[in-house]
Ligand binder design. Structure first.
Ligand SMILES: *Cc1c(COP(=O)(O)O)cnc(C)c1O
Length: 345
């Protein structure tokens, strides 16, 4: 299956901008660069950054075992998701499918691009995709199916067999948002990229890697999809400071696994303590660095916590999330403080 027919005609016909740094890619030493109208006085950031982020991508390629031609980087995953919508969805004609309750940006990005959002709620008990209902809801204009696994805000991962069924039967792109995969014991879909030409996986440095501030999102897909995304991305979308900091962070990432282990242990401690809190009615199983809980009155408990200086996320207005709160796992001290406060309410 080729995905060419899914690409917008405008994008297929596009002749991309060719930047100075694209046209000349020679090694930097011993060359005089008079091609980009930069200020020549060196200060560390006077030059345009590498538009293809070759050094950073080669580190990511080693880390994730994915070839460089199958990687695109974005200004956060949010930019990657926006590029994908712009590549596949014709405004005022095509649609995307999302599975609420889920990450709010999918719908906002579709809205910005004048792309309709079809919604098929997850199952009420287990928060799993309802494959038959999704495939029935899809039509010839359904270009992207957004699967968030582990899902935000519920915290669970989707069954591999369910995802596989969707990959095989949905006629558009299946995007698996793996923002929380590093906290999860289930396997990433990166290993299956070659099997499914319609599979796109996104990950981010914003969560487990501890670099939300630099904004770096990663997109993994077929060479065909990545090549087209490269045509439409802004030439210098990843700035020099972000590239440097990401390289530095990924080269010295020995701490990350320890931090993940400790957050997962802390999550267990928090879950046990939440179980003792009178007004907590349900604690949902979590594969991520947060837990969703159902309480007696989410608005009231949310407000009370703010008054005590703790900010959490109130998800009560989301489908299937009535009276639900989402708690990020903090440091041991922060979690202890949260528990202490919850017990006094
Ligand atoms: C936090 C999060 C992201 C990360 O977005 P960035 O733009 O990379 O910071 C993506 N998807 C989901 C579901 C998230 O919760």
């Amino acid at each position: 299956m080729s995905i060419q027919h899914l690409i917008r005609p405008t994008i297929k016909a596009l002749k991309p901008y060719s930047s100075a740094r694209d046209e000349f890619k020679g090694a930097k030493d011993d060359l005089i660069f008079l091609d980009a109208n930069e200020n020549p006085f060196e200060n560390g950031i006077n030059r345009y950054p590498d538009p293809q982020q070759r050094e950073l991508k080669s580190i990511i390629s080693d880390l994730k075992h994915v070839p460089i031609e199958n990687i695109l980087l974005g200004n956060g995953s949010d930019e990657v998701l926006d590029l994908l919508i712009r590549m596949f969805c014709e405004p005022n004609k095509d649609n995307v499918i999302i599975l609420p309750p889920t990450y709010g940006m999918y719908e906002v990005l579709a809205d910005i691009n004048a792309v309709e959002t079809l919604k098929v709620n997850l199952s009420a008990e287990q928060f799993q995709p309802k494959t038959t209902t999704i495939l029935e809801a899809a039509n010839e204009h359904s270009k992207i199916l957004f699967l968030c696994s582990p899902n935000n805000p519920t915290g669970n991962s989707f069954e591999a067999s369910t995802i596989e069924k969707l990959l095989k039967n949905f006629k558009g792109i299946v995007l698996i948002d793996e923002a929380y995969i590093d906290f999860s014991s289930v396997e990433s879909w990166l290993a299956r990229l070659e099997e499914f030409p319609n599979l796109v996986v996104t990950q981010t440095l914003s969560k487990a890697y501890g670099m939300a501030g630099i904004r770096l999102g990663m997109c993994f897909a077929s060479t065909e999809i990545i090549a087209t995304l490269n045509k439409i991305k802004a030439p210098y979308n990843i700035n020099e400071l972000t590239q440097k900091k990401a390289i530095e962070g990924l080269m010295n990432n020995s701490k990350i696994n320890c931090q993940i282990d400790s957050l997962l242990k802390e999550k267990e401690v928090l879950v046990k303590a939440l179980d003792e809190v009178k007004f907590v009615q349900n604690i949902y199983p979590s594969d991520a660095n947060f837990v969703m809980i159902k309480v007696d009155d989410a608005n009231k408990r949310y407000q009370q916590l703010i008054e005590k200086g703790v900010v959490i996320r109130n998800r009560t207005s989301q489908p299937l999330c009535e009276n639900c709160l989402r708690l990020t796992i903090g440091t041991k001290e922060e979690n202890l403080r949260l528990i202490e406060i919850l017990k006094t309410l």
